[in-house]
Write a protein that binds this ligand. Structure first.
Ligand code: PMP
Length: 426
């Protein structure tokens, strides 16, 4: 029997009619994917940003295997288990002190859904039924479910559903030029007393194009929102667990969010798991004798023990001092490569936050996810053994922390070659 992929399978974010046959990966180790046909690829985007310590890491694989022999899954209403308790306690140890409760779910979009629902019900539980509006950044991306789509930018991704999405007030992400105007608009919005929450991807807006803003500017916006009684939701689904050089992007801020969403790197990229952490003040508003104040939300696989075991093992690696050295090494390498691109007329912008380096390539068109250059860049790098999945004309590196110096150098040299080839072609 010939086993093909595309007969039974419909892939995510893929126009099945136009897409090439997917590459079959047989196994993976550290930062490298090994294809069934013998080719090798450096996973320079951490497999959609989830992998942090490398593929098939023996410590995480071992933790999952041991857990599977003991308890694979149990309903999380009315029951609990050690891996979930241990993980929640350890997460609170590294999260900002303001966050005191851990609510589990199973992917980034659901972590965001939970945060939005908690924020809205926080107000209705207190009888503030007018507080229903949400503020988000332009170009935001928070996931693909309806609530998460609603707080994200309207785009080709959401077009078929736009009329079903709830209204959100979008403000530009701050930069030194627009800051005064953004602050004025924010004050205007929060002064209506109708705003329940302000949601943002702190420091780096990922799917929107790896757009970056300064911590100090975001701090000022959080302060305005919180001073007007608006709950702040940090979506750290991408930025969490070391990506920005600290455990959380929020660690670069003075003002701390009231809710924080995590997923992706939480299990080291081994298992689907997500967390929405919230402040004691939020939890207390749900803690009541009346049943109708309950947070009626849960997923079948809430706090799956295998996923929690993977997350605990991943946390051991994250807290090990050698991980900090890996992060520092990547950041320094990125900085050095970025310096070599300075002044290059084919680069529109090159920006870095922690271990994330984004290079926006100059094209005759304006920057867009559907840039005609996108497929060329993707294939060019793949043909040279590096998996980079550009967001339109923005190519970015977001590697597993275990990536070697040689693998990083190869990734840079492929990007360098790409830029030179574009130059030759222009
Ligand atoms: N929030 C952010 C900031 C993300 O980058 C993503 C995924 N790229 C999500 C939420 C959604 O996560 P998931 O794909 O796990 O639903």
């Amino acid at each position: 029997m010939i086993r093909t992929d595309t007969a039974p399978i419909w892939h995510p974010y893929t126009q099945m009619k136009l897409a090439d046959t997917p590459i079959k990966i047989a196994h993976a180790k550290a930062a490298v994917l090994f294809a069934a046909d013998g080719k090798e690829y450096i996973d320079a985007i951490s497999s959609w940003w989830v992998n942090i310590h490398g593929h098939a890491h023996p410590a995480i694989a071992h933790a999952i295997a041991e857990q599977a022999k003991t308890l694979e899954q149990v309903i999380f209403a009315g029951f609990t288990h050690e891996p979930a308790i241990r993980l929640a306690t350890r997460l609170l140890d590294i999260l900002p002190d303001k966050l005191t409760k851990i609510f589990y779910s199973d992917n980034g979009s659901t972590a965001v859904e939970v945060a939005i629902k908690m924020a809205l019900q926080y107000w209705t539980n207190q009888g503030h039924d007018q507080k229903k509006r949400i503020i988000a950044f332009e170009n935001a991306y928070h996931g693909d479910t309806f609530g998460a789509m609603s707080v994200g930018a309207r785009s080709a991704f959401s077009a078929a559903f736009d009329s079903f999405l709830f209204q959100v007030d979008f403000i530009p992400a701050p930069d030194p030029m627009n800051m005064e105007a953004v602050k004025t608009r924010l004050v205007e919005l929060v002064s209506t007393e109708q705003v329940a929450a302000f949601i943002f991807e702190p420091l780096v807006q990922g799917a929107g194009g790896m757009l970056m803003h300064q911590a100090s500017l975001l701090d000022e916006l959080i302060q305005i929102a919180q001073d007007h009684g608006v709950l702040c939701i940090a979506d750290e689904v991408m930025t969490g667990f070391g990506r920005t050089g600290k455990y959380f992007a929020t660690d670069h801020l003075v003002r701390k969010p009231d809710l924080l969403c995590m997923s992706k790197g939480i299990t080291g990229g081994f298992m689907p798991l997500a967390v929405t952490a919230c402040s004691q003040a939020i939890y207390d508003v749900f803690y009541a004798d009346q049943m109708d104040k309950t947070f009626f939300h849960g997923h079948s696989y809430t706090a799956n023990p295998l996923a929690c075991a993977a997350a605990n093992a991943s946390m051991d690696l994250l807290l090990d001092p050698s991980c900090k050295q890996q992060l520092d090494g990547i950041m320094q390498s990125h900085e050095a490569f970025k310096a070599t691109l300075a002044g290059n007329p084919h680069i529109k912008d090159c920006r870095q936050t922690g271990t994330i380096l984004a290079i926006e390539i100059q094209t005759p068109e304006s920057s867009s996810y559907f840039s005609s250059i996108r497929n060329h860049i993707y294939q060019f790098c793949l043909d040279r053994g590096v998996l980079l999945r550009p967001l339109g004309n923005t190519v970015y590196i977001m590697p597993p922390y275990c990536i070697t110096k040689a693998e990083l150098e190869k990734t840079y040299s492929v990007i360098q070659e790409l830029i030179e080839s574009l130059h030759a072609g222009s």
